[in-house]
Design a protein around this ligand. Sequence first.
Ligand code: SF4
Length: 708
Amino acid sequence: MLPAVGEASRAKVHACATHCPYCALQCGMQLHAGSDGVWTVEARDFPTNRGGLCQKGWTAAELLTHPERLRAPLVRDRRGERLRAADWDEAFAMIVTAIRRAQERYGRDAVGVFGGGSLTNEKAYLLGKFARVALGTSQIDYNGRFCMSSAAAAASQAFGMDRGLPFPLQDVANADTVLLAGSNLAETMPPVMQYFQEQRRRGGSLIVVDPRATLTSASATLHLQITPGTDAALANGLLHLALKEGYVDAAFIAERTSGFDAVRKVAASYWPARVERITGVPERQLHETARLLGQARRAIILTARGPEQQSHGVDNALAFINLALALGKAGRPGSGYGCVTGQGNGQGGREHGQKADQLPGYRKLDNPEHRAWIAQVWGIAERELPGVGRSAYEMLDTLGRDGGVRALLVFGSNPTVSAPRSSHIEQRLDELDFLMVSDFFLSETAERADVVLPAAQWAEEEGTMTNLEGRVLYRERAAAPPQGVRSDLQILASLAARLNAKSIFSDQPAMVFEELQRASAGGLADYSGITYERLIREDGVFWPCPSPGHPGTPRVFLDRFATADGRARFHAVEFHPPAEEPDREYPLYLTTGRILAQYQSGTQTRRVRTLSQGAKPFVEVHPSMAATYGVRHGDRVRLTTRRGTAVVSAQLNPGIRMDTVFMPFHFGGDGRANLLTNPALDPVSRMPEFKVCAVRLEREARGERTEP
Ligand code: SF4
């Protein structure tokens, strides 16, 4: 029998091979139950982390027995009253009553579902099915919309399919040149740096594009310290030079692509002096970057949230894809364009139906054949499937409004901290008739809920995740959850039964995965040949894997791209400035991102002792700029944008651009970065512009001076 979390077991009698609960690298780890009830983590040799873990992984087990862990449902009898403990029947009854009331008064779409990119494939799948079958609502989206949606949309347009990395990480180590745009992997995903270090040891070049000097840029051949929001101009400028210097692969373009002429015309107007003016990247570095990419036999271009979390994020990603295609560095062994997925199951979470426009297997809700396929798997008529719903921010913006969502069910997400313009989102949440949150801890969003359900953690339930490479992997169940705690699958199955849902809602991960296999069969993200047994035996399987005997597909696009004619599509994209630029009132750029010790909205990592020691919100400012505001290291400063104000301490860093300040987005309260960010949305991906807005900085109070 598995030891239960919080109970002592016999000394190290139980050990299980699992994966880290946090980011998309999904490092392999061994989890041990100790005789004293303390769980410990050991690094495990898995193809992605090769025995490495970062401090988030090392300390992940602390959360299993954390004293703040929720162990019983909490309910609120009336707004303004405190949450009180309740039993599951009472909590379920309140949820079902609220769902029925909202749908009877306002229609099916009055109930919304907000999911998360850390949920297993099984949960993401069942959540999408629950929304469309049990609730009959089109209103479902998830926090992955705030992460990879721009690159996903761009890859779908250009290659016909979005698989974050279309190749295994080992290809990074073997590449002659790697360009990494908008990611600080040395802090966010440290074990992955092994591949970059190996690449450098072999004589390869690494080019990092980032407004800040970071641990990652410190190991680069070239650091392009770009002006925030100007990525498309940079990529177009590099293509201009590639054309001029003869690096473009005409044979590849002719044989495997379409649409290059329009892109060539656009690139003509991005001459180096103009690109330097827009991006701040010196001409000499532009020439050097074009040469390193153009002369490489194997080159890889990677984008991450820097260029993607913008109101022109899709164009930015397309501009980098254009560059990779023009150089003939896509769809070939050892070369390619990829997006570095961030969230633990950011990849799988966007494949199996918790996105507003998608059905399992990367099928589309507005495609009649796709609808018919999924309807027959679910045993319902195709006409019963709702249509495409609103994207994450757009749905949150409707909460409590006429025609909007009146009752919201949140699973594994904390939009009060993670959504842009978050004070507005708090107001919208408070306007709801009903809010339910399922989580391990009382997150800032759960604090506002009418019902909070205590959910099982990663080590307490089995399931699959799909990592940043498109490798599907298995997470073993190491422990029974504490008494009073249930898994999200159990919660969804119980609610579906109480709502008299048609179709079967199993609460068993293996059964849900079998259904997912069938649902995904024939889709772009085809998992039909993947089984739990194979995942354990083979250290994961890359999708697509369309039959039991299929080996999986570590490298996609080698023979053809996933478009109707097999050719990749160029898209002519111009540079457009961000939705908001600095002016007299708000004279600086604000950019946001992650730091080493924290993960996403911090619901988990802010509760880990070693990670939270001294952890507090801050803003990074260039010392010269700080001096003009009379700000010293450690001072309390007030940051104001057109959305709101945040108060944090100042950290001086000569490695950041003079015109830019940086804030991590993991913290709640009045130091929340997302009080400031701009919800301007990309017209295609509906991604908010987290990475750039205009801000004003003022000193609030003199701090205790600690030298940087
Ligand atoms: Fe690995 Fe990411 Fe976990 Fe760190 S947070 S141990 S990099 S999976």
